[in-house]
Design a protein around this ligand. Structure first.
Ligand code: G3P
Ligand code: CA
Length: 240
């Protein structure tokens, strides 16, 4: 099976992360999919942003959850990267799905270390409205949240994000009833990938920005590579 290339936060190498321009570019570049992070605003809207605080990427400060969508839309989310992108606004999940709905894989990461009431329900509802259930992977470091997703919609594809190396990660994912194993690229090896496949679990490595690391993962049969640099991994894949 051909390894799929997934643009991290859209494809953050050349564009500000998690912005509409980054997602448009990922589609244009022919990425197989995109990965991005979602959280809730004060008024309960699902927005696409990585940090819980807006300080790093927006011209404001404080928690995402303490601002309404209207307040956030008045700020920009591109200037931190370059003044060329100062018109970029924080996207809603709906706005991003409009752009990426045609891709093969849409990896929505629930960034819910904080408590976000009904985030799971809201994301599943939008995915259903777009009729893209089969291509969406909902991932999270919060595995209780993934269990909630499974309870709400048993057929939903869930990806367990792991921060560090653990013993028998594929057994863990299998036992908890998730569908894919998402680990830092340095913690994958051929054995883990093979065992996962034997157990019917897909494998996804993040965030792969070195050609040699991409080549190793491709050789070992990884299913998905999340990268900031879509074109770099495409070149490596062509050669392998
Ligand atoms: O989904 C993989 C990767 O995005 C997790 O790390 O911090 O970039 O969200 P982070
Ligand atoms: Ca992420």
């Amino acid at each position: 099976m051909k390894t799929k290339i997934i643009g991290h936060r859209g494809g953050a190498a050349g564009y500000p992360e998690n912005t509409l321009i980054a997602f448009r570019k990922a589609v244009e570049l022919g990425a197989d999919g995109v990965e991005f992070d979602v959280q809730l605003t004060k008024d309960g809207e699902v927005v696409v942003i990585h940090d819980e605080f807006i300080d790093r990427t927006m011209n404001g400060s404080g928690l995402v959850k303490n601002h309404t969508l209207k307040e956030l839309k008045e700020m920009n989310v591109g200037e931190f990267f370059s003044s060329d992108f100062k018109e970029e606004k924080i996207p809603t999940l709906k706005e991003v799905l409009e752009i990426v709905k045609g891709l093969e894989i849409i990896n929505i990461e629930l960034k819910n270390y904080l408590s976000y009431p009904k985030l799971e329900e809201k994301v599943l509802k939008l995915v259903d409205q777009f009729k893209i259930r089969d291509k969406v992977i909902i991932s999270s470091f919060n595995h209780y949240s993934l269990e909630k997703v499974k309870k709400l919609q048993p057929a939903a594809k869930t990806g367990a994000l792991l921060m560090s190396k653990m013993i028998n990660p594929s057994d863990y994912v299998f036992k908890r009833g998730f569908n894919s194993l998402h680990m830092h690229f340095l913690t994958f090896d051929q054995k883990i990938i093979e065992k996962s496949h034997f157990m019917g679990i897909e494998t996804c490595a993040y965030t792969v920005n070195y050609p040699s690391a991409a080549a190793d993962l491709l050789k070992n049969g990884i299913d998905m590579i999340i990268t900031d640099d879509i074109e770099m991994v495409q070149k490596v894949r062509e050669k392998n």
